[in-house]
Write a protein that binds this ligand. Sequence first.
Ligand SMILES: *Cc1c(COP(=O)(O)O)cnc(C)c1O
Length: 379
Amino acid sequence: MHGTISHFDTSAAAGGVLTIDCRALADNYRRLRAQVAPARAAAVVKANAYGLGALDVVPELIAAGCRDFFVAHLGEALELLPAVRDKYGARGLAPLRLYVLNGLMPGSEGTCAAAGIVPVINSLDQLERWARTAAARGEKLPAVLQFDSGMSRLGMAQEEAGVVVREGLAEGLDILAIMSHLASADEPHNPQNDDQLRVLRTIAAAFPDALVSFANSSGAFLGADYHGALARPGIALYGGAPTAAGKNPMRPVVRLDVRVIQTRTVPAGARIGYGGAFVAPATMRLATLAVGYADGLPRCLGNRGAAWFEGVRLPMVGRVSMDSLIVDATALPEGALAEGALVELIGPHQSLEDLAAAAGTISYELLTQLGRRYHRRYR
Ligand SMILES: *Cc1c(COP(=O)(O)O)cnc(C)c1O
């Protein structure tokens, strides 16, 4: 019994195999770093590194030379602490840093300070609490000051920059950067980019000694004006397209292959899946795949998306179920698809962007929804 289990292909126990290409990830990091040079490139690893596994992704990026990691929540930073314990500090590299984008929540100051995590300060109240914490601990605590340059989401208002300087609110803190976030960077000709740049420049002038952090993935491709000194790419590291038009310059990182769990032939008129939302117009060969909306395949892919097998497109027919969906395999020769076979959902025939477009969403949402049920392979 024991022997049987140890020889069992563990990937066969899952509905699909999610393969994460760590070399492509590292290449994408270096590509982005070259794109923004001489600025530094951080890595945004929030939401479990966009669903790919932050504890696996971070060490790869450290090996590729990344020193700065942004997450959304303090909890995410705490989970990553073991991965960024500095093994390289002695060699004179910049310290490894974890930044929390969502700000400094009341009650978290002590934890944040003790762990050496850098809060992105989004309000005067956060700034005052952080400065008080620094004074109480008798140390200069690091911080990034975020300002809203026109997205109206997070950060201090433009006018508050003057207050910070005049009242010396950041004294006693080590201001690592002045930061803002672009709302329309994926649209190079959107005038909002220019508007935001102008606002950020005005704010940054009040902090002549601080670095500027501005560009996300798309911002890195807007030109040097947008790079600042510390870029914050996320999606492009994971193979998402940083620009809407033209060829995606990033290497694909994610591949998703899912298992065929049954095949059948149905006659014309057969109703397929929940609600009979597809009716076979003729005799059809069908394959049921072991993946559904519980695995992050949006329900709206029903009757719209496709899987691929040996270069042949297999359209999804009927609704996506929780744990399965059905594809039309009529285009394949009889017997070509057997139980247990793997078909491609994300890979050389269908990119992450293709699948996201078929679902009417963006690569970000698709990646972060992929879920925990896949067998994950890091190579
Ligand atoms: C998520 C996020 C990023 C990364 O954006 P991408 O478009 O994935 O490159 C950068 N900065 C902030 C503030 C973010 O919230």
